[in-house]
Design a protein around this ligand. Structure first.
Ligand code: XLS
Ligand code: NI
Ligand code: NI
Length: 479
């Protein structure tokens, strides 16, 4: 009897330990633990056990882990929803975001993190990232070079680390049919970049940044990246008193031209994108907003080589709306990509929240639909969980919510398009130009004498209502 009991307990223990080895982590979820000495990433089984593939369940679903509005394969305005959006997960927020803020320590303790910045940890994180995208049903991702692999002691060692993680990412991309929307170089975190990268006052730093971008372009190309982003977080100034602004802008232009040349040299066909932002961390970033970036590209003969990556939170920081920035980019043929996020009207910095305002999402989608889509760009969730959101499932919920909000925006634009009255209101507003004299003006053939003659003939012009409230009413009725 006693023997039978012991045998039973032994068998039970065996079953439990096997299940554990197959389905759970094998490394402690903490601190200095390097359970396998760093040779492999030492994780077996799923990273997100208990979460299965997120499905479309429709607007009546109460399941937080389902799509209510985003139905990837559904056709809207002649394109599948997934092709309008080309959604992307930002590796830095989702897998490197710690919840720390200028006043407080990290709050996240994801089970797969061991507290180190080792190469083994980088690989484990990469595998968690691909399982996350697969379960979420998002087919694209974005990264900074230093998010995905740790710095080494020399540039050579750093590049070797990067190559090792990139090789794994390439394997995982192929296995999961996931693509790289864009890569970028982190030219703002390391102290060497404190005065800027391409606009640093130190020539050695300019050269270092060039070497870093060279490598980042190469790995982006190797991973089949569809775009490459330049966000000049430290390309700006804190004080004009110690800054030669003209020289710094000239250097920035030389740097971007060299990047465009190198892109061609290695046969990389992705679009180069500049991401405007007015400030933070600098007091004044040179690529302040879309119009400033456009003027810069024009001045330095770089139009045609670059497009823009518009981030909604950056738009509001610059005193514009996201819609304004998107329209400015669109009408100049520069709308390349969207960093889909939003800010907080009461907090003055780049809070990088997931977009949940349906009105804002509808305005964003108005521009995107007018542009005929944004491929080869996409919607990159440059957005992070709030510091207080600490469950693993929150990572899913946040992305689902952002995707559903934008999907509602697209559905609303389809309603507005079908209804047609908003477009008709705008058409009517300008119809006085659909005349002989209007056509002359638009063709640049109406001189001031001709126009003066017309005024003598017409007398005081009649000025009709702008119908703003009606436009707002039509817009609201689609939400
Ligand atoms: C920061 C930027 C950054 C870029 C990529 O404010 O949004 O995350 O998108 O370097
Ligand atoms: Ni961004
Ligand atoms: Ni940002």
């Amino acid at each position: 009897m006693k023997f039978k009991m012991i045998l039973l307990l032994f068998l039970l223990a065996l079953v439990v330990s096997t299940v554990n080895a197959e389905g759970q982590q094998t490394c402690a979820a903490n601190l200095e633990a390097k359970c396998d000495g760093g040779s492999s990433d030492g994780w077996k089984g799923e990273f997100f056990p208990g979460i299965s593939k997120i499905k479309y369940e429709g607007p009546t679903s109460k399941n937080p882990l389902s799509y209510k509005w985003y139905n990837a394969e559904e056709e809207i305005l002649g394109k599948k929803m997934k092709d309008w959006f080309r959604f992307s997960v930002a590796f830095w927020h989702t897998f490197r975001g710690t919840g720390a803020d200028p006043f407080g320590a990290p709050t996240k303790s994801w089970p797969w993190e061991d507290g180190t910045n080792s190469l083994a940890m980088a690989k484990r994180r990469m595998r968690a990232h691909f399982e996350f995208m697969d379960k979420l049903g998002v087919e694209r991702w974005c990264f900074h070079d230093r998010d995905i692999a740790p710095d080494g002691k020399t540039l050579m060692e750093t590049n070797a680390n990067l190559d090792e993680v990139v090789a794994l990412a390439k394997e995982l991309q192929e296995g999961n049919k996931i693509k790289l929307l864009w890569g970028t170089a982190q030219l703002f975190f390391h102290p060497r970049y404190m005065h800027g990268a391409a606009t640093s006052s130190e020539v050695g730093v300019y050269a270092y940044a060039a070497a870093q971008v060279k490598k980042a372009l190469e790995v982006t190309h190797y991973l089949g990246g569809e775009n490459y982003v330049f966000w000049g977080g430290r390309e700006g100034y804190q004080s004009l008193l110690n800054t030669d602004m003209q020289r710094e802008l000239d250097h920035l232009a030389r740097f971007l031209k060299a990047a465009a040349d190198y892109k061609k040299k290695i046969g990389f066909n992705g679009t180069l994108l500049i991401e405007p932002k007015p400030q933070e961390p600098t007091k004044h970033q040179y690529d302040w907003d879309a119009a400033t970036a456009y003027a810069f590209l024009q001045k330095y003969g770089l139009l045609g080589e670059f497009k823009l990556n518009i981030e909604c939170n950056h738009a509001t920081l610059s005193g514009h709306s996201c819609h304004h920035e998107l329209e400015t980019a669109r009408i100049n043929g520069l709308l390349g990509n969207i960093d889909a996020n939003t800010g907080d009207p009461q907090i003055g910095w780049d809070t990088d929240q997931f977009l949940t305002d349906i009105g804002e999402a509808t305005l964003v989608m108005l521009s995107v639909v007018r542009n005929g889509g944004i491929a080869p760009g996409g919607f990159n969730f440059d957005a992070k969980l709030r510091r207080e959101s600490t469950d693993v499932e929150d990572l899913f919920i946040a992305h689902i919510s952002g995707m559903d909000t934008l999907a509602r925006g697209l559905r609303n634009v389809a309603k507005l398009t079908e209804d047609g009255s908003l477009a008709e209101l705008v058409r009517k507003r300008y119809q006085s130009f659909d005349t002989e004299i209007g056509a002359l003006i638009e063709a640049g053939k109406a001189d001031f004498e001709t126009l003066e003659k017309k005024v003598m003939e017409w007398g005081e012009p009649s000025v009709p209502s702008g119908k703003q409230e009606l436009a707002e009413m039509i817009f609201q009725s689609a939400l």
